[in-house]
Design a protein around this ligand. Structure first.
Ligand code: URA
Length: 283
């Protein structure tokens, strides 16, 4: 009996440390469809020719491996970050537009990350449809975004726009934000503490928009949202869940600019998403 109690306590501590590190749900994997649609170039939609080299196929297993779960617990325990409170804007009355505006106003004066707050030109909160079915989450603002105060407006954003168009959408009908709302100097990777500071805002944006689907663009967004340390190559190709949202992870548009051969698997991922959404999957 005494032994069973101590195991329970140990389990509670592990769960608490995961929660402290921002793991506020249990990501669940769904399998890939058996017959995936034929992949084609994202650039085909815009008429630009592109040659493709096939990347390694996405993993076909449908559940998280014990190895991934073990890595999650180690990472969370190492961080020892405080529990993230739910932002009041997420639950207060009012339209989604008003609640997002109130949250954006608070973000605009945020100084939780001293370095970012003292070097930014503008905070980059998020844009798009507060009723969007799909939310895109990127990494962090770059120079162009920092200057304009809007996510994905630089070169990576232009490529993202092409992907949006190829899917048959407009930028205005989806919701776009990032893990961070301030530009890391020199576009360095976001620190774990910075992502943690910004997590309250991200959680609130997800709670307010309440999307059915989330696309995590790149390793930073995927690992942070899902509390994983797995590589993007292993995370793509299946759906996870975050709250009620189905989450798809794929390569970041900036990565595609450097590695055009990765456009093909991204297009496969987008067609997988469209199919899951019950939308027309382009030929
Ligand atoms: N611009 C953004 O807003 N986010 C990214 O992740 C990259 C560029």
């Amino acid at each position: 009996m005494a032994r069973r109690m101590s195991l329970t306590r140990a389990l509670q501590q592990v769960l608490h440390s995961w929660q402290s590190a921002g793991l506020d749900h249990w990501p669940r994997a769904a399998p890939l469809p058996q017959a995936a649609p034929e992949a084609e170039s994202i650039d085909n939609a815009s008429g630009a020719p592109e040659s493709h080299v096939a990347l390694p196929p996405a993993p076909s297993h449908s559940v998280e491996s014990p190895e991934l779960m073990a890595r999650k617990s180690t990472a969370a325990a190492r961080l020892e970050l405080p529990v993230i409170a739910m932002a009041p804007e997420a639950t207060q009355p009012g339209t989604r537009e008003k609640r997002l505006a109130a949250l954006a106003a608070r973000v605009a004066t945020c100084t939780r990350c001293q370095e970012l707050a003292s070097t930014r030109q503008k905070t980059v909160f998020g844009v798009g449809n507060p009723q969007a079915r799909v939310m895109f989450i990127g990494e962090a603002p770059g120079a162009d975004e920092d200057e304009q105060g809007e996510p994905f407006v630089g070169r990576a954003g232009q490529l993202l726009n092409k992907i949006i168009t190829a899917c048959g959408w407009t930028r205005e009908e989806i919701y776009i934000c990032n893990i961070l709302r301030c530009r890391p100097p020199g576009n360095r990777l976001p620190e774990a503490t910075e992502a943690h500071h910004c997590r309250e805002y991200l959680n609130a944006q997800i709670a307010i928009v309440d999307p059915e689907f989330i696309v995590c663009w790149g390793t930073c967004a995927s690992q942070n949202l899902l509390g994983s340390e797995e590589t993007i190559g292993k995370m793509r190709g299946r759906f996870y869940t975050h709250g009620r949202a189905k989450v798809l992870c794929t390569y970041h548009p900036s990565y595609l600019l450097r590695n055009p051969e990765a456009k093909k698997p991204v297009w496969e991922d987008m067609k997988f998403l469209l199919g899951e959404m019950g939308l027309k999957v382009p030929e």
